[in-house]
Design a protein around this ligand. Structure first.
Ligand SMILES: [Zn+2]
Length: 134
């Protein structure tokens, strides 16, 4: 009878050992999952910061390289165009080409098409930026 009781106690201890071991494994798994999700969140934060940094560097570069031009057609001065590129007057829509030296002149009909296309792309990407802010 004593032998059986001893066996039962040993069995009970071994079961509780197993339960403890199982709990340890579950805790370790939970910690691992937490570490993984923190690492993922960290890398997503890093990617978002990098993208935002690249965008602001690009915007600064465009701002540096663009100049306020006086429209050769209407004289309006509220249009900025990148040096060596073309754009449309914000007031009258005339296509303006700006030389790399910053001289503005009325663009040819071909330039107008290109300038309008560039303007459309700029507006479209502007709208997308606005949507992202919401
Ligand atoms: Zn104009």
């Amino acid at each position: 009878m004593g032998f059986h009781l001893g066996s039962l106690i040993r069995l009970g201890l071994s079961i509780s050992e197993n339960i403890r071991a199982q709990q340890e494994i579950e805790r370790a798994r939970a910690l691992e999952a937490q570490a993984k999700s923190e690492a993922l969140a960290q890398s997503q934060r890093y990617q978002a910061e990098t993208a935002s940094f690249k965008r602001s560097v690009y915007e600064q570069k465009i701002a540096r390289e663009s100049v306020a031009v006086e429209c050769p057609n209407c004289g309006s001065t509220n249009t900025r165009i990148r040096l060596g590129s073309a754009g449309c007057c914000a007031y009258c829509g005339t296509a303006i080409r700006v030389s790399t030296q910053g001289i503005a002149y009325v663009a040819s009909p071909l330039d107008r098409t290109q300038a309008q296309a560039a303007e459309d792309i700029k507006q479209k990407s502007g709208q997308e930026n606005d949507e992202r802010k919401d």
